[in-house]
Design a protein around this ligand. Structure first.
Ligand code: CA2
Length: 146
């Protein structure tokens, strides 16, 4: 079974608790439950959220060492600011899909630039939590390679 990690960055622990008009009313725990319900028998899923840039970078390195097969990352605001997160993803050589719950191109200009997207196979933005499902589905396709 493929091993897929779902990484969430800063403030995404608040999902479902604030700003439901942008991010919806489901929590991160709801997302985990829904992904496990869809993919539990088909993949080993690991979930990780941190508000700290270094913790996310350490986690990416640990996923490489543990021979994970794919990563779904919503880097939150670090998407737009973090050269370090981009370097970690580039160095990992893992098939990675970047997910944003909201459509970052309909929002403020500073959200239109993703520093991490060039280190990813694909970007999904604006599908709500369905974006995470689509990302895992894509990573589980037999032909998906870094
Ligand atoms: O649309 C996304 O998924 C974002 O990655 C979310 C980030 C934002 O900085 C990106 O530009 C787009 C913000 C995450 C904050 O999440 C919250 C969730 C619920 C309540 C408050 C914040």
């Amino acid at each position: 079974m493929k091993k897929i990690a779902i990484l969430n960055g800063p403030n995404l622990d608040r999902l479902g608790k604030r700003e439901p008009e942008i991010y919806g009313s489901a929590t991160l725990a709801d997302l985990e439950q829904a992904l496990r319900a869809e993919f539990g028998g088909k993949a080993t899923l690991e979930f990780f959220q941190s508000n700290h840039e270094g913790a996310l970078i350490d986690k990416i390195a640990a996923l490489v060492d543990a021979k994970f097969d794919g990563v779904v990352i919503n880097g939150g605001a670090f998407t737009h600011t973090s050269v370090a997160l981009r370097d970690a993803l580039l160095g990992a050589h893992l098939p990675t899909v970047e997910v944003h719950i909201s459509n970052i191109y309909k929002r403020e200009d500073f959200r239109h630039k993703s520093l991490t997207a060039p280190a990813c196979l694909a970007v999904i933005s604006g599908l709500g939590l369905e974006g995470y499902h689509a990302a895992v589905r894509f990573l589980l396709l037999p032909g998906t390679k870094a």
